[in-house]
Each structure stands twice: as C-alpha cells, then as structure tokens.
Design a protein around this ligand. Structure first.
Ligand code: HEM
Length: 495
C-alpha cells in the first residue's frame, strides 16, 4: 500500500481534547461509559462499514481525524469488535505500564507474525516471554556494544568500498542491503557468503515482501488457507523458506564450533535462564529468536536510514553541519564506539528523523483480556487498542510546529521540553524495543562513516517523501545520489 500523503512531509496531527479525568480504580468498568466516538447505526450495516473502509484506506488520516474530533481516547466499532484509539502520553503509559496485566499483544496479529518468526520474544506472552526476554537481554547488555559496533563499522566500510566506482547509487536500496548484511553478521557472526543461499540483498527483498504480506493479513479478520495458490502466499512462503534456510544453517555452523564465535547468537546459544529454570535455549527457540531479531532490526533500521538521507540531503545547511561535526570529532581516523556520544548533532538528527517517520508508525495492537478502565472510560475485553507514534509525534501540543524538521528539538537545552512519553519510536513499557541501545549506536556509526567517506550530490526525485506503509513505514521511492570520495582512509578488509 503506497500512499502519497503529500509532496513534502505528510500531515500534522491536529490538537486533540483531553479525555475524562481518571476515576477511582475501584469503579467497576461496566458502570463507566464507552469512550466517545462515531456512532454506528448498526454493527453489520451502515456506518461501521464506512468507518472500516476509511480506517483501512488511510489509517493515519482516520486516527488523526478521530483524535481531533473526540479526544485522546476514543472508540468505534469495527465489525463486532470495539477499537480504542489512544493518543496521549499519559493514557499510553496508563495502559502499557500501569495496567499492563490487563492486556496482551493482539492474538490475531501474533498468529500472522508467527508464520515468519515462530514463537519468539516478539510473539510470545506470559512465562515464555518473561524467560526469553531475560535470556535475550544478556545479548544486548552494554558491555557487548563495542563488539557489535566493530562488526557494524567493518561491514559498512567494506560494503561501501565499491560506491565510488559506481558513480550513482540509490541510498534507500543500499541502506536495506547494508542493514541486512550488518544484521546477519551482528546476529550470527558469520559472513553471509559462508552461510550460503540468498545474498543479503535477496534476503532483504524476500523478508520485506513476506513481512509486507503478513502486515496486510494482520489488518483483516481472515487469513487465506495455505493451500490457495495466491501470489501473496507464494511471496510469504519464499520469505519463510529464505529465512529458515539461512538461520538453520547458521545455527548448525555454530553448534559445530561453539567456542569460535562471540556475537549475539553465541550469547543466545550459551545463555541459561539463571533466575528461572537454569536451562538454555533449544535449537527451535534459537531459530525463532534469531529470525525475530534479524527481521526486527533490518526492517526498522533501514527505514530510518532511508528517511535520514532524504531529509538531510534536502537541507544543505544541515548536511554541512553534520559533515563538519564528523570531521571535527573524527579527524582522519575511523569512527569507534567511543565516538558515539560526541556525535551530538548526528544523534539529534536521527532522533528527529524517527519523530517524523517512526518506522513502527503503529505499535502492535493490544487486546484487553478482561473488562477494564482507561482515562475514566470503560474498555471491553477482546477489544483492539490502537496507538500510533506517527500521530502522537506530530501533535502540536507536544512538538510545536510539528511538520518542521528540526533536529535541535533534541539538543541538551531543549530535549527536556518534550513531555515525558510523547516521543516513543521504540515503544513504551515492558515490551519496549530490546535493540534500542544497539540501534542508537549503530545508526550514528553507519551515517558518520558515510558522511566521512563520501560527498553525496542528490539527483532528481531524492526528496519524494511518498511512504510505503506495511510492517514499517519506509520510503516508497529511491534516493538517487552521485557519490564522490572525500577521504583518504584505506579500505578495510573483511573479517
Ligand atoms: C530504528 C530502529 C528500531 C526501531 C524504531 C524499533 C522499534 C520497535 C518497537 C516500537 C517495538 C515495540 C513494539 C510494540 O510495543 O508494539 C520493538 C520491539 C522489538 N524490537 Fe525493535 N526497533 C528498532 C531496532 C531494533 C533492533 C536493532 C533490534 C535487534 C537487534 C530490535 C529488536 C526488537 C525486538 C526483539 C522487539 C520485541 C521486544 C518484546 O516484545 O519484548 N529492534 N522495536
């Protein structure tokens, strides 16, 4: 679904009204009113269908419109289900943190995702999720970040070595292939050529297609049976087979030679759940977690990088400021993990990119497992909770002049003005992105390497901000640039 929002940045959310004050926790939910929202004449005919159509055709516009008309918490009937739209930081915190035991990730969305990533950290609930999160957390601890940084830098430097002779490249495509390469090496510690099978480009394309297909299925109540020979089922199967072959082969290589590797998968395969059953991970569980991490990281990181270049190259002053910062911090040496905190303007620019274009433009839906209350309203068991960082990030109450691309919003002097919880590209609460710290190290290192090595001259069409929205919101059009080398650093050798 490619949607032209507008020629430049898309649409600002309009200010919304506050919901009711929170009532006593002891008030039974059935005594409370439903949140305001469009009235349905009948849930099988009439307005419900119109709303469903509007919602599916343009969810961002529809959710923004509802927020403006009905407030920070509103609801509408979607077929037989009541959907709840939550827009304010306080209410998002209330349902994702304070009342988290009342909700699970929506089972109809997880059922679709499980086809690709199995029963891993992303799709599980309850004790299994707690155990897996505890184990996987060990692979994301701060002490390992310098090691992952080294892999990120080496892969970037080797991969972009050929750009100079290419003359012109498409930064959107290149970022997708680069991120898949980095994710494979950070996660499995193995050069993709050694694993064999599809190249990072092919794997990235297959996964994007498969994930897009699944994201489409997540929005409809019926999943087509596997035996139907639909083109969409074939695309999905291709993605599943590609990722399966890749990950199984990587685990095989690793189990055969467990002491050679020191990467994310090594930590996963060696880790035991010390606080729980004291056991490690089965191969099946390791497959599911590796596939989850590969997909979760490559997809959202490449989107962020694609938008970053489109936004920065359209602002020559900002581009010069970033190049100047990179040159000042790095001089003529290569970046390292220790440089990340010094790349302040670059980090601010990446944060501002994720404000306007949060890859996870909508959080995975949550479903209340019992009748509960939120913001003084009744929330019914089995409903559909919808929260969109895209909408909250463009709300002028939290971000004045929301459509202005202004990296200085995140400067040390101004960042404190952003209301707590209004900026959440990595989600919120206990299921916040596990790769957040890693992402905020990898993104500046990759962009600093490219800014240091090359001068990019944008070509016609680079600033087309048309969005492609499926699992992540990513650029639908290329970012063509002419590339000239600007530094004398020697090329790195592959590990
Ligand atoms: C720009 C980069 C990234 C963005 C914007 C992002 C965004 C998110 C968001 C919003 C969620 C929570 C979704 C929800 O609550 O519904 C999430 C979860 C997750 N992310 Fe990321 N992510 C990024 C990078 C990464 C990386 C680099 C990794 C791993 C290497 C990763 C692994 C995961 C995993 C495993 C989860 C599921 C956590 C759980 O359910 O407990 N992400 N991400």
């Amino acid at each position: 679904m490619s949607v032209v929002l507008e020629r430049t940045l898309g649409e600002a959310a309009r200010p919304t009204r506050l919901a009711r004050q929170v009532v006593s926790d002891k008030t039974p939910p059935e005594k409370l009113p439903h949140p305001p929202g469009p009235k349905n004449i009948n849930q099988w005919i009439g307005l419900t269908w119109r709303h469903a159509a509007e919602f599916w055709l343009s969810p961002l516009r529809y959710i923004t419109k509802l927020g403006h008309r009905y407030g920070d918490l509103c609801s509408f009937m979607l077929f037989t289900q009541r959907a709840y739209v939550v827009n304010s930081p306080e209410l998002i915190h209330e349902y994702l943190v304070r009342r988290r035991d009342d909700y699970i990730r929506a089972p109809w969305e997880m059922r679709v995702l499980r086809q690709l990533v199995g029963n891993g950290i992303l799709t599980s609930e309850g004790d299994l999720w707690t155990r897996q999160r505890r184990i996987i957390q060990q692979a994301f601890r701060g002490a390992l970040l310098p090691r992952y940084s080294e892999v990120t830098l080496t892969t970037t430097q080797v991969r972009v070595g050929a750009w100079e002779s290419a003359g012109e490249v498409d930064l959107v495509n290149e970022m997708a292939a680069l991120m898949m390469d980095i994710s494979i090496r950070t996660t499995t510690g193995i050069n993709p050529e050694v694993i064999g099978g599809p190249s990072p480009e092919q794997l990235s394309d297959a996964i994007i297609e498969g994930a897009d297909q699944m994201s489409r299925e997540m929005g409809i109540p019926i999943t087509p049976p596997k035996w139907l020979p639909l083109p969409s089922s074939r695309r999905k199967r291709r993605a599943i087979e590609a990722i399966d072959a890749y990950v199984h082969r990587a685990i095989e290589i690793r189990r055969a030679d467990p002491d050679t590797y020191h990467d994310l998968l090594a930590v996963l395969l060696r880790a035991v759940d010390e606080e729980g059953d004291g056991k490690g991970m089965s191969d099946r569980q390791a497959r599911d977690e590796t596939a989850t991490i590969l997909i979760a990281s490559a997809h959202s990181m490449s989107s962020t990088l694609g938008w970053f270049w489109k936004l920065v190259l359209g602002r020559p002053e900002l581009y010069d400021r970033l190049t100047e910062e990179v040159d000042r911090v790095l001089g003529d040496r290569e970046p390292t993990f220790a440089d990340v905190p010094k790349l302040e303007c670059l980090t601010q620019t990446l944060k501002e990119t994720m404000r306007l274009f949060p890859p996870a433009y909508v959080l995975f839906a949550r479903m209340p497992i019992r009748d509960t209350q939120l913001g003084g309203y009744r929330v019914c068991r089995g409903g559909w909770m919808i929260t969109m960082p895209w909408v909250t990030h463009r709300d002028p109450r939290f971000f004045p002049e929301p459509m202005k691309f202004d990296p200085d919003r995140f400067s040390p002097e101004r960042e404190g003005d952003i209301p707590k919880g209004a900026y959440f590209p990595f989600g919120h609460g206990p299921r916040v992105c596990i790769g957040q710290q890693l992402a905020m190290v990898q993104l500046p290192l990759i962009t600093a390497t490219l800014l240091q090595r090359f001068r990019f001259e944008p070509q016609p069409g680079f600033d087309d901000m048309t969005t492609h929205r499926e699992l992540a919101v990513r650029p639908a059009t290329p970012c063509p640039v002419k590339v000239t080398r600007r530094d004398p650093l020697p090329p790195r050798k592959p590990r």
